[in-house]
Design a binder for this molecule. Structure first.
Ligand code: SF4
Ligand code: SF4
Length: 222
């Protein structure tokens, strides 16, 4: 084995990630049942771009969001190559992925679940992943692997407390203001969020981004 888990995490940080950690998933989400581990990768979004969001997305945010996804996909791709060089299998999951019309809001594995299992942070009432250092100003990608990995640190407690700023600000009413359930999903209606964006923000990136819940979150100190 050429690289340790720590070497691979350091590599991801060197090439643009702001956070990277290993997780044990318990069960492989793909056919190869050995792929029970994952590297979770985060990149940080620009404070200045997020600050411009005022109740609606901006063209700058849409372009920035796409660039963050492209960077994440590059990091995941290169990390997967390194894992293979190490003698293990690796399956990079794109930052923004859907499984087609029947499963439009799900990818191969939820990035935020991998990030939580890696001990990088928690899922907030907004349904977004939040880290202690960056709040929800991050986007995520995941690389599944059969290389045995350990979580960096214990799973972080939910830090939303009594705040409901994202619920109050969400123009779609897609955030229920509750802490997430164990699967991190049922406090947020992804279908409602997506429908609202498509109906109201079609002129910006064909209604694929909003960003209001990130802009108002006090954990982001914007
Ligand atoms: S992205 Fe916009 S519409 Fe979707 S949950 Fe956040 S604030 Fe609501
Ligand atoms: S706005 Fe408040 S409730 Fe919503 S995710 Fe941020 S801290 Fe949690």
């Amino acid at each position: 084995m050429k690289y340790t888990q720590e070497n691979l995490q350091a590599f991801a940080l060197e090439i643009g990630a702001c956070l990277c950690g290993g997780a044990e998933l318990g069960v492989s989400p793909i056919e190869d049942e050995k792929m029970r581990y994952a590297f979770s990768i985060a990149v940080k979004l620009s404070d200045a771009v997020l600050k411009e969001i005022d109740g609606a997305p901006t063209f700058s945010y849409f372009q920035h969001y796409r660039t963050a996804n492209a960077l994440l996909d590059q990091i995941a791709f290169r990390l997967a190559n390194k894992i293979e060089e190490n003698g293990f299998s690796a399956f990079p999951i794109a930052a923004s992925q859907s499984l087609g019309k029947e499963n439009p809001f799900r990818g191969v594995y939820p990035h935020k679940t991998a990030a939580v299992l890696a001990g990088l942070g928690f899922v907030g009432k907004s349904g977004l992943f939040l880290s202690e250092e960056y709040g929800s100003r991050v986007r995520l990608a995941t690389v599944l692997t059969d290389m045995p990995l350990k979580a960096n640190k214990p799973i972080v407690e939910n830090g939303c407390g009594s705040c409901t700023a994202c619920q109050k600000a969400c123009p779609a009413g897609a955030i229920y203001g509750e802490l997430p359930t164990a699967d991190g999903e049922r406090n947020f209606d992804a279908e409602k969020c997506s429908r609202y964006m498509k109906e109201h923000f079609q002129g910006i990136g064909r209604g694929s981004v909003c960003g209001v819940c990130i802009r108002v979150c006090p954990k982001n100190k914007l």
